[in-house]
Write a protein that binds this ligand. Structure first.
Ligand SMILES: NC(=O)c1ccc[n+]([C@@H]2O[C@H](COP(=O)([O-])OP(=O)(O)OC[C@H]3O[C@@H](n4cnc5c(N)ncnc54)[C@H](O)[C@@H]3O)[C@@H](O)[C@H]2O)c1
Length: 217
């Protein structure tokens, strides 16, 4: 895919950049010229994606951080600023989920999903905001179609993603006048390492397509 946008003046952070959609976003941003920090709780996955980007002519660093650890996120972003410059593009892509009916979902699972998917996203936005105001930057939060339509067996995840949508809209109202834009993108089901279990549980991609068709009739 050729990329026609010029982001050569930008420094981008992509959370969950070590896998799936996040790795794809990190690679595309680098192709558009941005210097990219691939942030992931798996330091090895972040390093591997950054090395792939560097090997194909881009500029990237791998940064290990768990987005639920507020202090760790602060240190990670300080390190990005020191190595690449102030952040001007933040892609909040890291999330987690559990695939269970609502009645079977435990309190611990609920807490984990909300802590990563919603509070983790807030932690990274809070830590990056001074840089984003300085650079008049952009926030792109990855939500999910489930925030709008609901999702069978992923109710808590859908609720956390709906929270991401509402917080992004609220933050956009607060910081828009300072030149910071905040938006949400909401993917539908996408084949990634993270979604493989979900797609398998439904019975594979063909069965899933039929189920989605049925749910929307
Ligand atoms: N794949 C889909 O079908 C689909 C559909 C709609 C929305 N989404 C959203 O797209 C995004 C990416 O999904 P994916 O399928 O590529 O996921 P994935 O599981 O393939 O990758 C997620 C990455 O996030 C990292 N991560 C998870 N928790 C983290 C934490 N606490 N701190 C730091 N890193 C963490 C993981 O290590 C992993 O590298 C998620 O926000 C997901 O909710 C995915």
């Amino acid at each position: 895919m050729s990329v026609e946008i010029d982001l050569s003046a930008d420094v981008a952070v992509v959370t969950g950049g070590g896998s799936g959609i996040g790795a794809g976003i990190a690679s595309l941003l680098a192709q558009a010229g941005a210097k990219v920090a691939v942030l992931d709780m798996s330091g090895q996955a972040a390093k591997t994606v950054a090395e792939e980007i560097n090997a194909s002519g881009g500029t990237a660093i791998g940064v290990e951080a768990n987005i639920t650890d507020e202090a760790g996120v602060g240190q990670a972003l300080a390190s990005v600023r020191q190595q690449l410059g102030p952040v001007s593009v933040l892609v909040n892509n890291a999330a987690t989920w559990t695939i269970k009916k609502f009645a079977d979902t435990t309190a611990a699972e609920t807490q984990r999903v909300v802590e990563v998917t919603l509070i983790g996203t807030v932690n990274v936005m809070r830590a990056a905001l001074p840089d984003l105001v300085e650079t008049q930057g952009r926030i792109v939060n990855v939500a999910s179609d489930s925030a709008r339509t609901g999702e069978h067996s992923m109710s808590v995840y859908a609720g956390a993603k709906a929270g991401v949508v509402a917080i992004t809209k609220s933050l956009a109202q607060e910081v828009g006048r300072k030149g910071v834009r905040a938006n949400v993108v909401a993917p539908g089901t996408t084949q990634t390492p993270g979604s493989a279990a979900f797609i398998e549980q439904v019975g594979g991609p063909d069965k899933l397509a039929k189920e989605i068709g049925r749910a929307h009739v």
